[in-house]
Design a protein around this ligand. Structure first.
Ligand code: C2O
Ligand code: CU
Length: 474
């Protein structure tokens, strides 16, 4: 508060002075100098928030992934024909911080594909966006991704080609970067939350990017799953302290997860540790978002069950059951949960000028009948903004439509600093932020990695029908 008061005080003093001297051009200069003072202070404050470079340990984690058709029991006894990596829905790749991931993708699909490493700060050429950072990987071809993540945390990967169909059919996985220094939980679970639009016989409805999807918040399915299983029952023990890493990989659905009867803390959002733990309550997990949860099964809960619910929308949806074994309680690990080493004090960000306002809207026409636009343009051939590394920027998303737009910026983290012009302090970083109908959201960021980075709505149908652009960082 103090510093922001100081700056606004200074601004108004300048205004008074300029009125007195009646030298307007001079006054504007003073104003921009003050803007610079604010941004300078915000940049200073940013330093040390997260590592600027990777620290490779020179260990390489090599992996092959085959993207191909497979059979999967979403709703047993039915088998559903899906598209999957190595025949599995929601495969998990776990590497240690410092390790280099060297992953070769073999495309056995009937169409071109790619892999985008959502949330990972990596060299631009490894970002997996056809037409922006690499050519699409044609059927029968292979491509090797190689990078060393800079951050430990929960990340995920998915195709960035014909995403509304490829992700919906099941191509998605988790990339967990472990920091061996972090405390050990009794269980460390990784959950991909998704929904499927299934027809009779559990067959995937195979019309994608429909007018209905485009007029609404994308394709919402009729079966919600965790790791490809409908309402799974998860075995836990009394006294166990559990970390649950959740990602929302749905095309359009937003989740608001809760664990019935257990006090649950969010310890990380979109991969990075929060400033301090946040009680899980009304957290909108939009497509692309991740949260890491910390919860303890009560010692006296032997034989009980706890429901994991989705309370977004009018009626709560049962996602999974924590089934407590009827056994003696285990010793609960006691430790302080992870938290950000340094979290910038960006209260004065509200005094920084808005560098650019992205206008989110729709218009008639285009390949799908409706085109979703950013600043009146559609698709990744546009460069919406050119930014410099190591500078603080305040960017605004203004939603001119009545639909939801979870906006995702590749290769960077940002913080929400205002909603509808009112200051907001969330206490964590993001790579995806949900913009509500007619809402405006301001974010603050300090770019670190150079390149051409995609910026798009993570409702896959909106992105496919145009709500996609790029930002050049140099
Ligand atoms: Cu999760 Cu551009 O994507
Ligand atoms: Cu959208």
């Amino acid at each position: 508060m103090k510093s922001s008061l100081l700056f606004s005080l200074r601004l108004s003093l300048c205004c008074i002075l300029s009125l007195l001297t009646a030298e307007l051009p001079h006054a504007e200069e003073t104003l921009s100098v003050d803007n610079e003072a604010v941004t300078e202070q915000l940049q200073q404050e940013f330093h040390g928030s997260y590592p600027e470079t990777a620290s490779p340990s020179n260990k390489v984690h090599s992996q092959e992934l085959i993207a191909a058709e497979a059979e999967w029991g979403i709703l047993p006894p039915y088998q559903t024909t899906v598209w999957a990596y190595n025949g599995k829905i929601a495969p998990v790749i776990r590497i240690n911080l410092g390790e280099t991931l060297k992953l070769t993708l073999h495309n056995k699909l009937p169409q071109a594909t790619s892999i985008h490493w959502h949330g990972i700060r990596l060299p631009n050429a490894m970002d997996g966006v056809p037409g922006v950072t690499q050519p699409a990987i044609e059927p029968g071809a292979s491509f090797t991704y190689e990078f060393t993540p800079k951050d430990a945390g929960t990340f995920w990967f998915h195709p960035h080609a014909n995403s509304p169909e490829q992700i919906e059919r099941g191509l998605q996985g988790l990339l967990i970067v472990e920091n061996p220094d972090e405390p050990k939980y009794s269980q460390d679970l990784a959950w991909i939350l998704d929904d499927w639009l299934l027809e009779k016989g559990a067959k995937i409805h195979d019309r994608f990017v429909t007018g209905h999807d485009l007029m609404h918040d994308g394709r919402w399915g009729n079966v919600v799953t965790i790791n490809g299983h409908y309402r799974p029952s998860i075995p836990v023990k009394p006294g166990e302290r559990i970390r649950i890493r959740m990602v929302n990989s749905a095309n359009g659905r937003v989740f608001a997860p809760t664990v019935e009867g257990i006090e649950t803390q969010i310890i990380a959002v979109d991969g990075l540790p929060a400033q301090s733990p946040i009680t899980l309550q009304n957290f909108y997990l939009a497509p692309g978002n991740r949260i890491d949860l910390d919860l303890t099964i009560p010692k006296n809960a032997a034989g009980k069950t706890f429901a994991v619910l989705d309370s977004f929308g009018n009626k709560a949806n049962n996602l999974a059951i924590l089934q407590v074994e009827d056994t003696a309680a285990v010793t609960t690990p006691t430790f302080k949960p992870i938290q950000a080493k340094h979290f910038p004090d960006w209260r004065s960000a509200i005094d920084a000028p808005v560098t650019h306002e992205f206008m989110l809207n729709a218009m008639r026409g285009g390949e799908h009948g409706i085109t979703w636009t950013i600043d009146g343009h559609s698709g990744h051939d546009t460069i919406a903004q050119e930014l410099q590394t190591q500078r603080f920027y305040r960017l605004r998303f203004t939603n001119r439509s009545y639909r939801l737009h979870p906006m995702h910026l590749h290769g960077q983290f940002f913080q929400v600093i205002a909603v509808d012009d009112r200051p907001v302090r969330e206490g964590f970083w993001r790579d995806t932020v949900l913009i509500g109908p007619k809402q405006s959201v301001d974010i603050g960021l300090v770019p670190i990695d150079k390149g051409l980075w995609a910026l798009h709505c993570h409702i896959l149908e909106h992105a496919e029908a145009g709500m996609m652009t790029t930002i050049r960082i140099q």
